[in-house]
Design a protein. Sequence first.
Length: 386
Amino acid sequence: MDGLKVVIIGAGIGGLTAAIALSQSGHTVEVYERAQELRPRGAGISLWSNGVKVLNRFGMGKDIAEIGGQMDFMQYLSTSGEVLNHVNLHPLIEEVGQRPYPVARADLQAMLLKKFPGTVNLGYRCLSVEEHGEQVTAQFENGHKATGDLLIAADGVRSSLRQYVLDREVHPTYRDYVNWNGLVAADEALTPANTWTIYVGNHQRASLMPVGGDRLYFFFDVPLPLGTSAPPELIRSELAEHFKGWAEPVQTLIERINPEQTNRLEISDVGPVDRMVRGRVALLGDAAHATCPDLGQGGCQALEDVYMLNHFLLTTNISVEDALKRYEAAREDRTRSIVKKARNRAEVIHGKDPEVTAQWYDQLRQESPSDVTDAIAKTILTGPLQ
Ligand code: FAD
């Protein structure tokens, strides 16, 4: 099918990439975003090879390589700085056929906006959708209505359109830990320039990953009850308290963060849900399968969704509804398994069962680097792009 009119709700990674892909396939695309100004939530993101392959497919290979960090190694360290495991990522890159790219989210968003030939309608909060005959209409808070042949609900983890598709409310579930993240200048005192460094211990993590522009994307994770908060002026002291006694680079990182630009998030996920599609409306990305970030796969799954949705709209011609059903069928098992796997990993990392976490620390010491890369390759290669 070509020449469809597509309405996209949400200009995050999923919505913008869908807009680029479907425009390239000859459809007319309108994007509506509730924010008045586009600012990414979060500082950095690691796009693993399955996500990067989707960007390659839609002509963004060079662009992502320009803004991506050079990640050649990853290493796990104990709280005292002892190396538990040091992994060369090149065998993984060779196995899967594409290097991963950690990127600053602002750079990724700017890249996607530049590639989208249309404009994003800002300040349009979608309230509801209605299907009538062969069309679907979105209604916005400001009174505007947008009608198309199909609607993509890429409105994120707190999607308001999910209820329409599922015919029931599904709320995100808190996964019992808080994540702080931001960017700092690259410095060998923090981590070698081409290495993703992760300190683990006490069910917590402190992580540093190279992104483009000589910067590091850092994050900290700590298991905490729901409802804790801290104003920016207290962020450094709460991190200093949680990571007291950890190795020198972790202390240096805490001293160097800019608390005003450090995000503090309670981590939740969604589902897995049993539907992604109703009639001419398709959920895409976090709206359908928000995922604990512990596998680094949430954004990559949104990109895989785009790939498959575009594929079925291009290669089938029975009807829009039929193409969307095929999209749903193609994504169901994959996204279900990633949501569960990421949740399981979050529980192992954050001490849901302290014995299991202790075993994981032992495993990190003992397992061969190829076990680590094989596990990552498996996650990548079980996606739609081999
Ligand atoms: P979003 O990016 O959330 O975009 C949704 C958009 O919809 C927003 O712009 C929102 O304002 C808009 N919107 C919402 N409601 C409406 C409405 N009613 N009307 C109009 N617009 C609306 N993934 C990875 O692949 N690798 C990683 O390393 C990684 N790290 C992560 C680290 C953290 C701490 C977190 C929280 C997530 C991480 N993820 C990672 C997951 C990734 O960020 C998400 O999966 C991805 O951003 C989802 O994109 P999306 O487009 O579906 O949703």
